[in-house]
Design a protein around this ligand. Structure first.
Ligand SMILES: [Zn+2]
Ligand SMILES: [Zn+2]
Length: 151
């Protein structure tokens, strides 16, 4: 089950997790758009929609959801931990102007296909069990390019 294709409740159930209000809100928020938010951004985004979740509850749930494979946590180029509801192997487009991070479908860029295939081909390499590989393609997004056409 990929976190993006199923309802939050369904996903939590599939992992035998209790479907709490906070865990549903967090999952649904990250499924809704693939914008790779940090914990603080998730909290603010939920609050803007009228949902108050305390920091402690938020971190507890992010830890639980990540440990159970419903979210993937990763550090961005500034070292900020961000959360991804897309748990399939994929590459990221990273804008060095505004910091936005977009998923690249493995089929659209050959290098992204490599990142998706890597864990499988590297499985067992020198006794390691490789579970994921991350590829970041850094540059300027269309909006930032428009703002600074010389870049
Ligand atoms: Zn940008
Ligand atoms: Zn992603």
């Amino acid at each position: 089950l990929n976190a993006r294709d199923h309802s939050a409740t369904e996903l939590l159930r599939s992992r035998g997790l209790r479907s709490t209000r906070a865990s549903r809100l967090i999952l649904a928020r990250l499924q809704h758009s693939n914008d790779h938010l940090s914990a603080e951004e998730i909290r603010l985004s939920l609050r803007r929609r009228g949902h108050k979740v305390s920091i402690a509850t938020l971190y507890q749930n992010l830890k639980r959801l990540t440990a159970n494979g419903l979210l993937v946590g990763f550090a961005d180029t500034d070292g900020i931990v961000r959360f991804d509801a897309n748990t399939e192997p994929h590459a990221h487009l990273v804008c060095t102007g505004c910091g936005r991070i977009l998923d690249v479908a493995p089929d659209s860029v050959p290098a992204a296909r490599g990142a998706a295939a890597l864990p499988k081909s590297a499985r067992g390499y020198r006794g390691w069990a490789v579970r994921s590989a991350r590829l970041e393609l850094c540059g300027l997004c269309p909006d930032c390019r428009r703002r600074s056409p010389t870049a």
